[in-house]
Design a protein around this ligand. Structure first.
Ligand code: EPU
Length: 419
């Protein structure tokens, strides 16, 4: 088990190129299963979750390699339709592969990854939608077998009770090669879904309405290979902006997706940071002490404030002047990082969905454990602003989503080492 050792109190300064987006790379890798040909992905981030996805693809008989930031996937010779339990367990988003395998092979067997860091993550909406598209589903003691009796799924009109990102992606993946048209009402509008749809359109898929609440997919017979560049990671961007806001200093974020980051940036601006965005760059400067955010920060599906940025912003607001309040509306259990922040001197009270953060003058170093990906990143944000040295354990959580985390922070003048 590795740790990050961070000594805080240094202002950060410099410019960084934003990594490719984890949450679109994973569904795009799954989508490549639908393609009869070679797909080349540029800006593919080097993350443990991406390597787990590559292992699933290779297990299924696809050829997948990642060299530097280029991913090559060729699913022409795919033979398998089963994901073993050990690979399902490596990564919760392995569930993304279900719709694609079913769409290409007409059947798919997998297991549900168990309870997770963020609370229960059921897949009832995914399965109900696939059943409406023709799948017969059998649950045999943890292993789930989905099968299209006619070998191919058919289009359907679907209405989601909540705009789930994963369910929307799985339905699109299953619909692309289906017979007929699929309509998804109350679809999720996250930019990562649009990125996956742009990739699929580059391969010949017929999809309309992504980024809106009603998505239409017209099934096609076959997809062809393509070259595609993954969009930048808006949550990594939010993390490095929060870090600079917390520690003080200035940052230029290059390769930033300005429109997609707006729901986060518009809240961060209320802390008194100077922020300027133009030409795919975001500049942030923090001089004096941060100010608390006056209105309740409610996490909501896109274009609301992203749940994935809740923890990192909270870490920055821990030393702001005044009281900020978060309301977590997406996951039941997404405040597990607060215990570590409290150990570092933060004044945080969690009451159900709400967390009240009373800003303190300073945080201090502590020995803490990362609880989940974004929670772990939030601990690093707090550690860079704190006095003294913090040791963060269980950093495999952080490696799931941040490429060269310590190199990026070191390049900005922060003191961090892996040991
Ligand atoms: N839900 C159900 N039933 C379902 C599906 C979802 O009840 O069938 C519930 C979930 O339990 C949760 C809520 O709906 O309470 C939202 O879940 P959603 O399906 O939208 O999330 P996801 O697809 O599991 C993706 C990201 C998460 C991100 C969420 C919300 C990937 C690989 N994961 O998860 O990212 O927080 O959307 O935006 O894209 C992260 O990167 O750290 C991360 C957790």
């Amino acid at each position: 088990m590795q740790n990050f050792v961070i000594t805080g109190g240094k202002r950060l300064s410099g410019e960084i190129e934003l990594q490719g987006c984890k949450n679109s790379t994973l569904p795009i890798m799954a989508a490549a299963i639908l393609v009869n040909g070679k797909c080349s992905l540029e800006s593919c981030p080097n993350l443990t979750d991406v390597y787990s996805a590559a292992r699933i693809l290779n297990h299924l008989g696809c050829k997948c390699s990642i060299v530097g930031n280029r991913g090559e996937i060729d699913a022409s010779a795919i033979t398998g339709s089963e994901i073993p339990e050990r690979l399902m367990r490596e990564m919760r988003s392995s569930i993304m592969f279900m719709g694609a395998i079913l769409g290409r092979m007409g059947e798919c067997t997998f297991s549900i990854p168990g309870g997770c860091e963020l609370g229960p993550r059921p897949i009832d909406m995914h399965l109900a939608a696939l059943a409406k598209m023709g799948a017969e589903i059998q649950d045999t003691g943890g292993r789930i077998c989905c099968r299209m009796p006619k070998g191919r799924s058919h289009g359907a009109r679907l209405s989601l009770s909540f705009p789930s990102v994963g369910a929307t992606e799985n339905i699109i993946l299953c619909a692309v090669l289906a017979e007929g048209e699929t309509v998804i009402n109350n679809a999720a509008r996250e930019p990562e879904i649009c990125d996956m749809c742009r990739f699929l359109r580059s391969c010949g898929a017929k999809i309309k309405g992504d980024g809106e609440s009603c998505i239409m997919v017209e099934g096609v017979e076959k997809l062809h290979g393509c070259e595609y560049r993954i969009m930048p990671d808006r949550i990594a961007g939010a993390t490095y902006l929060s870090m600079t806001a917390a520690a003080g200093g200035e940052l230029i974020l290059k390769n930033a997706c300005i429109a997609e980051m707006e729901p986060f940036v518009s809240i961060l601006e209320q802390t008194g940071c100077f922020i300027c965005a133009a030409d795919n760059r975001i500049y942030l400067r923090r001089g004096g002490r941060l100010k608390a955010v006056k209105n309740r920060i409610r996490t909501m599906p896109h274009p609301g404030f992203p749940t994935d940025a809740q923890a990192v912003l909270m870490a920055a607001l821990a030393t702001a002047e005044g009281t900020s309040v978060f309301e977590e509306n997406i996951f039941d259990c997404r405040y597990r990082h607060t215990d570590a922040l409290i150990k570092m001197g933060a004044d945080i009270q969690v009451m159900g969905k709400a967390a009240v953060i009373r800003g303190v003058r300073r945080l201090h170093g502590a020995d803490i454990e990362a609880t989940d990906l974004r929670g772990g990143a939030a601990m690093a944000v707090a550690a860079l602003a704190a006095e003294g040295t913090t040791r963060i354990g269980s950093i495999s959580h952080i490696d799931r989503g941040y490429e060269k985390f310590e190199d990026v922070i070191t390049s900005l003048g922060g003191s961090i080492r892996r040991e």
